[in-house]
Design a protein around this ligand. Structure first.
Ligand SMILES: Nc1ncnc2c1ncn2[C@@H]1O[C@H](COP(=O)(O)OP(=O)(O)OP(=O)(O)O)[C@@H](O)[C@H]1O
Ligand SMILES: [Mg+2]
Length: 200
């Protein structure tokens, strides 16, 4: 899929070109001899900003493409993603994946993006304290189920409004992997999403 290829290229470019350049800038800055206290302070501030930029850059390339998805399976990547997210958000995410679920390699990236959007939406909109995520296999297919205990929303109202791209993108991805999507939500009733990828 072109969009994922393009994301991959951008993620790699960012990671491989800007990352080392910023580290080099930092290295040169450390080599500058200053005696004056004010100059020392400015230099140390600048160095702090570079660290922050390097961290942001990592975060951006990670969001574009978790490169680990090429090496590890989805469950491991989701776990890693969740621990990153929960380290700077209050939302508690309970992730469970059934043992021995087999997920086709080519749908992993779609499921990962869907999970990212669900987590983002829960953080942004739900006012929830807990989000449950479950990946499980049944005889008739693979299921991704999410459930938050937040304020819910009026799904029809959202569909009519101009709104954002997130739910639309979940819909598109489900179509691409021949999955069915069910969103169950109402004002003050949280939001539950059930995605079923049928066995071929
Ligand atoms: N878990 C949720 N709890 C409460 N409201 C939600 C939840 N998920 C989505 N919504 C509501 O549905 C709307 C549409 O979501 P969607 O992801 O399509 O757009 P967005 O998050 O506003 O923007 P974008 O995803 O493009 O950044 C949101 O604006 C929000 O009002
Ligand atoms: Mg969204």
């Amino acid at each position: 899929m072109i969009q994922e290829q393009e994301r991959k290229r951008i993620a790699n470019d960012l990671h491989d070109s800007l990352g080392p350049m910023l580290s080099t800038v930092k290295l040169y800055m450390h080599g500058i001899a200053v005696s004056n206290d004010a100059d020392k302070q400015s230099l140390s501030k600048a160095s702090g900003y570079i660290d922050e930029t390097i961290n942001n850059l990592r975060e951006i390339s990670y969001n574009l493409l978790p490169s680990s998805l090429n090496r590890n399976d989805l469950v491991i990547v989701v776990r890693e993603y969740i621990s990153r997210i929960t380290s700077h958000h209050l939302l508690k995410i309970k992730f469970e994946a059934a043992q021995n679920v087999t997920i086709q390699k080519k749908i992993e990236i779609h499921l990962f993006r869907i999970i990212q959007e669900i987590v983002h939406n829960t953080i942004k909109h739900a006012d929830a304290t807990v989000l449950k995520l479950l990946i499980t296999g049944q005889s008739d297919g693979l299921f991704l189920i999410s459930e938050d205990n937040g304020k819910g929303f009026d799904l029809n109202g959202t569909r009519e409004g101009a709104g954002g791209l997130g739910l639309k993108s979940i819909e598109n991805r489900c179509e691409m992997i021949d999955a069915t999507l069910k969103i169950i939500t109402a004002k003050n009733e949280g939001c539950k999403i059930i995605i079923k990828v049928p066995n071929k």
